[in-house]
Design a protein around this ligand. Structure first.
Ligand SMILES: [Zn+2]
Length: 314
C-alpha cells in the first residue's frame, strides 16, 4: 500500500491493481479525520489504518463510502466510532453481496470447474472472515457539503452509473476528486446497476470539476486524461455492442468480435463483457437495476479470455 500526500492534510492510500478488489482510499486529516472508502477485508483495512496512522493518530470521525461494492466498504466495522456516510441507494444495495458467499467462492481453488478455480485464485489474497456489514447511517441524496476545519469536502451523487449510489468526493480548493468506481484507471471497468449514458455523464462531471489530481477507485493517480480515456472506452464498447445486438448475436459472441485494441493492456480486459451485457440490458429495454447474473458473467468472462488466448496461439 502506498501513502501519497496530495495536498496539505490530504492523502491517498493506493493498492497496486492486481485484479479483483485492489481499490484505493483517501484521508482528509482535518476536522476529526475523514476516510474515503475502506477495503475489501479486515486484514487489508487494518493495514490501511496503520498506513494512515503514520500521518493521523486518532481514529477517523467520518467514513464516506463511495458506493456499495464490498471492496469499498467491508472494512467499515474497524471504524466503530465513526459516522458512516453514503448515498441512500448505496444503503439500499448494501446486503446484495455478502462476505460468507465470497469466502465460499475463495475456498473453491481445487474445484474441477475451471471458472470457479480461476475465481478462487483471484480471491486468494483476501480473507472475508469476520466481516460484519456496517452500512452508512448518514444518508446523502443529491449532495452533502462538509467543512473539515477549513477543508471543504463535497459529496456529489452521480449515479446510477457504475452502481446506483455512486458518489464523487470533491475537494474544490485542493482540486482533488476521489471518484470511487466511476473511474477505473488502466484497468477494465466492471459495472452493476446503472446506465451507459449516466456513466458517461459522471465521467464528464469529473472533468467539469477541473481537478488537478484524480484518485480512481482502482489503478494509479491521474489527471483528466483518466476520465477521458475511460469515456472513450465505454463509448467504443457500447457502439460495438449495439452492432452485435442489432445483428442478433449473444452478448458473449458480440464481445468476442470486439477488438480490444489498446485496451488489451488494461488489467482484466475480459471484463469488457460486463459493458456489453449492460448495453444489452438497455437495448432489450430492461430496467437499469435488473439483476445481473453474476455467475453467468464470470463464466462468460472466462470464455472470452479463452477465446483471445486461442486466437493468439492460432
Ligand atoms: Zn471497486
Amino acid at each position: 500500500m502506498d501513502l501519497v500526500e496530495l495536498a496539505p492534510d490530504v492523502y491517498a492510500c493506493l493498492q497496486e491493481d492486481r485484479g479483483l478488489g485492489y481499490s484505493n482510499s483517501g484521508l482528509v486529516a482535518r476536522g476529526g479525520g475523514l476516510v474515503v472508502d475502506t477495503f475489501w477485508d479486515l486484514p487489508h483495512t487494518r493495514e490501511l489504518i496503520e498506513t494512515y496512522g503514520r500521518v493521523w493518530r486518532e481514529p477517523a470521525r467520518r467514513v464516506v463510502n463511495t458506493h456499495s461494492n464490498g471492496d469499498h466498504c467491508w472494512g467499515n466495522q474497524l471504524f466503530p466510532e465513526a459516522e458512516i456516510i453514503g448515498h441512500r441507494l448505496c444503503v439500499a444495495r448494501f446486503g446484495v453481496e455478502n462476505p460468507q458467499m465470497m469466502q465460499a467462492l475463495r475456498g473453491a481453488a481445487s474445484s474441477s470447474n475451471p471458472v470457479a478455480a480461476r475465481l478462487a485464485a483471484q480471491l486468494a489474497d483476501w480473507d472475508f472472515s469476520g466481516i460484519e456489514l456496517r452500512p452508512p447511517t448518514t444518508l446523502v441524496d443529491d449532495r452533502l457539503e462538509l467543512d473539515l476545519d477549513g477543508v471543504a469536502v463535497h459529496l456529489v451523487w452521480v449515479g446510477p452509473a457504475h452502481t446506483a449510489g455512486d458518489l464523487l468526493v470533491h475537494l474544490p480548493r485542493e482540486r482533488i476528486v476521489f471518484t470511487g468506481d466511476i473511474l477505473f484507471r488502466l484497468c477494465t471497468p466492471i459495472g452493476w446497476e446503472g446506465t451507459h449514458a449516466q456513466w458517461v455523464r459522471a465521467l464528464d462531471a469529473i472533468e467539469a470539476l477541473d481537478p488537478a489530481v484524480v484518485v480512481p477507485g482502482h489503478g494509479p493517480l491521474c489527471g483528466v486524461e483518466g476520465p477521458r480515456e475511460m469515456k472513450a472506452y465505454l463509448e467504443y464498447v457500447h457502439r460495438e455492442a449495439s452492432r452485435g445486438f442489432a445483428e442478433g448475436l449473444t452478448a458473449l459472441d458480440a464481445a468476442k468480435r470486439i477488438d480490444p485494441g489498446p485496451y488489451a493492456r488494461w488489467t482484466e480486459p475480459e471484463r469488457m463483457l460486463s459493458s456489453v451485457e449492460r448495453a444489452y440490458r438497455e437495448l432489450r429495454g430492461d430496467p437499469w437495476d435488473a439483476p445481473i447474473d453474476v455467475a453467468g458473467l464470470f463464466a462468460g468472462m472466462y470464455a472470452l479470455r479463452q477465446s483471445w488466448e486461442q486466437r493468439r496461439s492460432a
